[in-house]
Design a protein around this ligand. Structure first.
Ligand SMILES: Nc1ncnc2c1ncn2[C@@H]1O[C@H](COP(=O)(O)OP(=O)(O)OP(=O)(O)O)[C@@H](O)[C@H]1O
Ligand SMILES: O=C([O-])CC(=O)C(=O)O
Ligand SMILES: [Ca+2]
Ligand SMILES: [Mn+2]
Length: 638
């Protein structure tokens, strides 16, 4: 008798191998997916839970709410929105038959088509959407989703516009130095209609309903409508993720983003100076994105909104990282892009509250976001183990280069951009503080990456020095990867985030000063940049040294150290820091050419003075004393 061996016909073996009781392959596939809890927002303010709605009623209300968001304001009829992926239709039979469609006389072709809504999809679903439909989407060897943001690999601050109306004309900061470039209401509506029409012309759009701010009393509900799974997953990671119960009671969003980034704005529209426009309308509580797919525009657009809304409630919004020690001591890390907020707030010995955007209220600090956005260039497991390990399933990595077969990311590769990034949910960092709130800060650390190499690695600041450096918002980086660039570029950005503030810098500065005073916080200036000479001669301060310096600030050791004062900048520098070579604490020691040091120091002091001239006409706080003290706290050149 011939033996079938391992290749026998198993269909006959009933015994310990039960078969699935289905008649068709489709039935088999339908068994695979279990229904999840309903995640449906509602249009009115009453809690859904109290209404005992059927799932069908909830679904209807959700569609009405999204339909209202997507409605054209110039045509009578809105889009016909239906739930789900259009590609899944063929498996689900006559689903359309159940969608209640009000019979209307079609006024345009756009009113005849359906727009499918992919509402608060999970990371797994978004991976599938990205990989199926978005070119340039790949799974990396550690499970992250690698994407390309398109032609724009960074934010476009020159294309960010704010509607100037009766209210904002007086309330906001306009003119020289301000990030608020004006546009009128009409041009906003033209761009809004352009974005909405583009989104409605698609077969499907992604809708995220999420929160901002871990402080429950000051939480903001945001809705993001976008065309790419990349954008939906990015915001899923970066905003606070609602529980299914919270989503049921979501109601009307406080702010809506229309991201039509693939589609350009029209140069014939008044105020448009390029094909990119990021438009903020505070009265309508809306933002429109045209002509850029860089996801950071959404994150930072919402941050601008918080910089408007929170100060109205006497809450200070901050471009800072934040963490807390085991004894509850909180530190804030201010600094411009690339100075180390994410790197230094992610500290294995401390609890992470957040890496980039915070609020400081009467009760303490709260993170605005639900995720982190880390720079990936030259990322290493040794230097930044927690960030390295956070790049796994669910994380979006933007514009990185990877091996085409093994999909191992080469973090040193700058072929697409130097601004490679990873966006991950904050709980991917093991020692996160959940909820992301903490008591009043004890230390306020100002980070500057000084490529001139003349600022000390650490100095202790008086309150007026802290305010001087906060308003200045200095950093100096080496411009891009272009060859031949030897000279560092000084950047001054008020409040370490001029691109995001909406009011005059002195408003935020006065609030910071008051909060630091009331809570006895100490200010520090930490140079995470060059030592031993400027860029080209010296080298970047070792991350391990900077970490030691930060450790001794947290522990309180540095507060009691011995200090000496530097010339020109008048900074108090410690003579010793545990674990750090004392030589480097005074930059003058590390320069072999002392004359070049003095010259560079004077040059930088001059740049500070020039920059601060814009602010000399403004009063900071209620009494003029603070203003005078702050002016005197800058560098002194005689
Ligand atoms: N001594 C140092 N201190 C801090 N960071 C350093 C140091 N040396 C090198 N680095 C590198 O500098 C970069 C700091 O970037 P980080 O992501 O922390 O910026 P960020 O302040 O969070 O900026 P953004 O607001 O754009 O997110 C990291 O890539 C880090 O590895
Ligand atoms: O917004 C971005 O692209 C990244 C960021 O945090 C910043 O620039 O401060
Ligand atoms: Ca960051
Ligand atoms: Mn930032």
């Amino acid at each position: 008798m011939p033996t079938t061996g391992n290749f026998g016909n198993h269909d006959d073996e009933q015994g310990d191998r039960p078969t699935v009781r289905v008649h068709t392959i489709d039935e088999l596939h339908s068994l695979q997916r279990k229904r999840s809890a309903p995640t449906t927002p509602r249009g009115n303010a009453q809690p859904a839970s109290s209404l005992n709605l059927s799932e069908e009623e909830r679904s209807k209300m959700q569609l009405e709410s999204i339909s209202a968001s997507l409605a054209s304001l110039t045509r009578g009829s809105g889009p016909k929105v239906v739930r789900g992926d259009p590609a899944a239709r063929r498996f689900e039979g006559s689903r359309h038959a159940h969608v209640p469609v009000t019979p209307t006389i079609a006024v345009s072709d756009s009113a005849l088509k359906f727009t499918h809504v992919l509402y608060n999809l999970s990371p797994a679903e978004l991976y599938e959407q990205a990989i199926k439909y978005e070119k340039g989407s790949f799974i990396t060897s550690t499970g992250a989703l690698a994407t390309l943001s398109g032609a724009k690999t960074g934010r476009c601050p020159r294309d960010k516009r704010v509607v100037k109306d009766e209210l904002t004309e007086n309330e906001l900061w306009w003119g020289k130095g301000s990030p608020n470039i004006e546009m009128d209401e009409h041009s906003f509506m033209v761009n809004r209609e352009r974005a909405v029409d583009y989104l409605n012309s698609l077969d499907k759009v992604f809708v995220n309903d999420q929160f901002l701010n871990w402080d429950l009393e000051n939480r903001i509900k945001v809705r993001i409508v976008s065309a790419r799974a990349y954008h939906s997953l990015f915001m899923h990671n970066m905003c606070i993720r609602p529980t299914p119960e919270e989503l049921e009671d979501f109601g009307t969003p406080d702010f809506t983003i229309y991201n039509a980034g693939q589609f350009p704005c029209n140069r014939y529209t008044h105020y448009m100076t390029s094909s990119t426009s990021i438009d903020l309308n505070l009265a309508r509580k809306e933002m429109v994105i045209l002509g850029t797919q860089y996801a950071g525009e959404m994150k930072k657009g919402l941050f601008s909104v918080m910089h408007y809304l929170m100060p109205k409630r006497q809450i200070l919004s901050l471009h800072s990282g934040c963490n807390m020690g085991k004894s509850g001591d909180v530190a804030l890390f201010f600094g411009l892009s690339g100075t180390g907020k994410t790197t230094l707030s992610t500290d294995h010995n401390r609890f992470l509250i957040g890496d980039d955007e915070h609020c400081w209220s009467e009760t303490g600090v709260s993170n605005i976001e639900g995720g982190c956005y880390a720079k990936c260039i030259d990322l290493s497991r040794e230097n930044e183990p927690d960030i390295w390990n956070a790049i796994k399933f669910g994380t979006v990595v933007e514009n990185v280069v990877f091996d085409e077969h093994f999909r191992e990311v080469d973090y040193a590769d700058k072929s697409v951009t130097e601004n490679t990034r990873a966006a991950y949910p904050i709980e991917y960092i093991p020692n996160v503080k959940l909820p992301c709130v903490g008591p009043h800060p004890k230390n306020v650390i100002l980070l500057a990456c000084d490529a001139f190499g003349v600022l000390p690695p650490v100095s202790k600041l008086s309150l007026s020095q802290t305010m001087y450096h906060f308003i200045s918002g200095y950093t100096a980086l080496v411009a891009g990867t272009e060859e031949g660039i030897k000279e560092p570029q000084a950047t001054f950005s008020a409040c370490f985030g001029a691109a995001f503030i909406m009011l005059h810098p002195t408003k935020y500065a006065a609030m910071l000063s008051e909060k630091m005073q009331n809570n006895g916080a100490t200010g520090w200036l930490v140079n995470t940049g060059w030592s031993g000479g400027s860029y080209g001669t010296g080298s970047r301060i070792k991350l391990s040294y900077t970490r030691k310096i930060i450790d001794s600030i947290h522990s309180g050791d540095l507060l009691n150290a011995e200090y000496k004062k530097t010339e020109i900048f008048g900074l108090e520098i410690p003579t010793e820091v545990e674990g750090v070579n004392s030589e480097i604490l005074d930059p003058e020691n590390t320069w072999s050419d002392k004359e070049a040091y003095k010259e560079t120091l004077l040059k930088l002091a001059g740049l500070f003075k020039n920059n601060f001239e814009t602010f000399t006409d403004y009063q900071i706080g209620d009494s003029n004393n603070l203003t005078q003290e702050i002016l005197a706290a800058g560098p002194i050149i005689d």
